[in-house]
Write a protein that binds this ligand. Structure first.
Ligand code: ING
Length: 311
């Protein structure tokens, strides 16, 4: 099988503090976009909520205070330079941001093509955390308060280079996310994330954060025969540490390249897309081997029930 090469980059970000302006953040993103291009990459993945600090850690009631973290247009005047650079360099990108759309708040990412035009949009579906402030808890995780469930599903876009899909943070832990894209012959899944490593809200040792992150990406890539390019916002944001571990995973399930730091850092890898075709023609030939007639419960049942029908 002949090789089909796609040169991917992942642009991990160090922390974004509350006082950092959009201009300053966009300048960091631009620098990494240029770095990726200088290495020959043609697509770059940026993190979830890349333009701001991870604000769901705070309880806020004033809508104006909350909306300051949201974008009402994309591109807007402050993000336009990213689109201009994409066109000038011929480099496409994934960008996560908080979206205010007709009064509704979403945790969103867009895919921007190598011509600087928007290819597609997706909104995070599995929203983690709480809808209401937990009293007495120093750090909140209020994504359910600030974001509605995404209403766009898990689309895949056929770009001139590859079939590309998107995933945001917690969505990467759910096999359904990758499977819906796998069924659309996705070749590259781009993922942005912000995963705290400084506290637990249930009984789980902190070292497992990195293990579960990598486990989820590697399983999703292998079981759906796709490449996964994952970019985190890492380091200590407003006193709150977050994992790094941004990486590019092959359809073999292997991590091919991974960040070294918890700061702004570009990694890149020349991906052979024919690896997807190889798995899809053999062990994971869905048309030949899947048995959807036995999977009905996956869509008919939401919560787990004991075999005797109990709760
Ligand atoms: N962050 C987290 C994630 O899935 C989370 C959510 C909450 C992780 C609690 C760990 C513990 O990585 C986002 N942004 O979805």
């Amino acid at each position: 099988m002949s090789a089909r090469k796609l040169h991917l980059a992942v642009a991990q970000m160090g922390p974004v503090q509350r006082s950092d302006s959009r201009q300053r953040v966009v300048a960091r993103l631009l620098e990494m976009l240029r770095e990726a291009h200088s290495r020959g990459a043609t697509w770059v993945t940026f993190p979830e909520l890349a333009l701001t600090t991870f604000f769901p850690r705070w309880s806020m009631e004033d809508p104006a205070e909350v909306h300051a973290f949201f974008e009402t247009e994309m591109p807007g005047p402050l993000t336009q330079p990213l689109f201009d650079a994409a066109r000038a360099l011929g480099v496409g990108f994934y960008l996560g941001y908080a979206e205010l759309a007709g009064g509704v708040q979403y945790n969103t990412s867009i895919l921007v093509g190598r011509d600087g035009g928007i290819v597609g949009k997706y909104r995070k579906i599995h929203i983690p955390g709480e809808a209401a402030t937990r009293e007495g808890q120093a750090v909140q995780h209020l994504e359910k308060k600030y974001f509605e469930v995404g209403d766009l599903g898990f689309p895949v876009w056929q770009t001139p280079d590859a079939a590309i899909g998107m995933c945001i943070c917690n969505d990467r832990r759910w096999p359904e996310t990758y499977r819906v894209m796998g069924l659309q012959r996705v070749e590259v899944v781009m993922v942005g994330y912000n995963t705290p490593s400084g506290y637990t809200q249930w009984d789980e040792p902190l070292h497992l954060r990195m293990h579960h992150h990598l486990l989820s990406l590697q399983a999703g890539a292998y079981q759906n025969a796709c490449w996964v390019a994952a970019a985190g916002k890492a380091g200590v944001e407003e006193g709150n540490p977050m994992i790094g571990g941004s990486c590019i995973v092959a359809p073999t399930g292997e991590v091919m390249v991974r960040t070294f730091s918890e700061d702004d850092e570009v990694i890149n890898f020349v991906c052979d897309l024919s690896a997807s075709e190889n798995y899809r023609a053999n062990i994971f030939n869905f048309a030949a081997h899947r048995r959807p007639e036995h999977y009905g419960m996956i869509v008919s049942r939401k919560g787990a029930q004991a075999p005797d029908g109990g709760a």
